[in-house]
Design a protein around this ligand. Sequence first.
Ligand code: ACM
Length: 710
Amino acid sequence: MTLEIYLADNSPPTTVCIRRVIPKSIYPKFATNTSAMRRFLLSALALTLTLCANTAFAQLDQLMPVPLSVQPAKGKFRLKDKFEVSIRQKEPTRIDEGAKRFLQRLDGRTALNIPDYATKIAFPVDGLNIIVNRNGKLQLHEDESYKLQVTSSRIMLDAETDIGALRGLETVLQLLSVDEEGFYFPACKIEDAPRFPWRGLLIDVCRHWQPVEVIHRNLDAMAAMKLNVLHWHLSEDQGFRIESKKFPMLHQLGSNGDYFTQEQVKEIIAYADARGIRVVPEFDIPGHATAWFVGHPELASAPGPYTIEKKFGVFDPAMNPANETTYKFLEIFLAEMTALFPDAYFHIGGDENEGKQWDKNPEVAQLKKDKGLKENHDVQAYFNQRLLEFLTEDGKRMVGWDEILQPSIPTNIVIQSWRGKEALKKAAEAGYDVMLSAGLYIDLCQSTAYHYAQDPLPAELQLDKKAQGHVLGGEATMWAELISPETIDSRIWPRTCAIAERFWSAATVQDVDDMYRRLPKVSRDLEELGLMHIRYADVLIRRMARSENTLPLQTLRAVIGPLQGYKRHGQGIAYSTETPLTRLPDIAIPDPTMPREFAAAVDLHIAKADVMQSLVIRNWLELFKNNHHSIEHQAETAPAMRAVLPISQQLQALSVVGIGLLDMLEKGEADAQRKEGYQKTITQARTPVQECEILIVDPIQRLFEKVYGK
Ligand code: ACM
């Protein structure tokens, strides 16, 4: 029997579909994201599935990114300890190693000790069968599609390229489900292909050094989320992070010893290649370049000496665009680097050069006169033109931040928009290929929902068809001012899973609640790839608390978030590359789950006077109220925890207010005497402490208004 599934949008109900079997209107009783709603949904699903005699459906409802089309079918492929994988291909491809990694992960998840696979066994086998037509080229627009069919007897994965097959294997892993009999894959038919060809993650390894293992594990996670470009930000004011054999003083004097050797670079490129991920290097010039000048002050627009920058911000040093030595140097350097990086695209940065050194440099004034350049922007366009010649000679396409878009620059470069979507529109309409990073700055600790809403093709821009064709996709950007190798994963994941879905899945996949429903499982599964995004907090907490007991700080952490945007920089600490990143705002994560669930419970209670919700809210508030005593106790022997006391105390006071408000709601009477004090406590709880904020102040304010009126 075919199951009809309803989509949030108006797509036909017979195919596609995994997200919702129940139209929203039949669960209005529960706000989204509460466990009550989940329980209800699950029982409703169970009922629907029984009615439809289709037990596979619910387990299809966990994929991220959502595939193009998913058709549930009847039956389950049971996973036993004998599980063969058979590969049909004309030549060795990435899928040979990919299938091994797949089996290792399956082993790890199921503890079944599945034996090694063989490629020469019969085809098809009663296991996983992979058909690959050809080796994929690691290039933009390569075919990444795949088709997957799971029946109760076998799994068939069919792809034009091995890269498509790798994407399909990730989907198979996500399908792994459990029932009372054990592990199985739900029967289904999936057809999948990405919406955008450029789906990237920028990792800044300069502001804070990120060693090879950080890159490795994040490449694995990118592959799991079907991302396909690592944008490797390799030079900055704070560090020159790659070995140059032509100009060794670049890395020797510009990096404090933390740089990638060329052997490591080759190995990382191969590691990424094996996972179907392109590596695009960025050398940010002419600004953001102080570290270059430590070893090569002759490249700068003002005399040295220079030292590696330790602070963060926008700095004056910029390459000298008026000196031919600069171009000779860059020609040789770029030839070296373009030979090292096989990708067809090469990023030259170009952002935030304010030209302060240029204004004071008589050679630049002369250049302006000689070439008829009016503004510093024109000088930078001239500089970029020269770079473009070198890169074109080296067979590369130039990529840069939106500042490099100048009327004189040819349209065969790629613009990465970061200052706003208007820049993307302007570039696409002018005929440039573009990608979006505005709104995707994951260093700013904004919510997953916020990033999920950033579409590389925003409807409000009203791009015509031609301009739409120039939008390649987008990149999340992991800038590294406030991250260490310990914390970086927690800033990238799991929010970047939602961004990956925006890049891969159909534009109609928009259901924020459903994204949040799927996110925790996907996030947990990333741990098997060595990601630290969940476990790092316990490590930091044990250090801070000088104790095995992580519960008090974990409890506090559930309800706070690091300040968003650039606000962490304005709270008293003058951050530098040497500031420890082991404090409360580093332990706190962006967009934790609990405050969302708390807000939903409060809103339900306000709307319906729901006793269950009241209990849930009260339990949380009691927990937070009492938690402060544990924090105080730990702080006695853990000096680093003392800075946490004020916010913990604020939370305690807020919780006491919340409990008082619940009492009044239950009694149906508002105690006028407490009104002023309560409002004051709520307002005070909004004051950031330790660069963190309490994330349940708004719902408590709503409870207050329910009791006392607005
Ligand atoms: C940038 O954030 N300056 C590209």
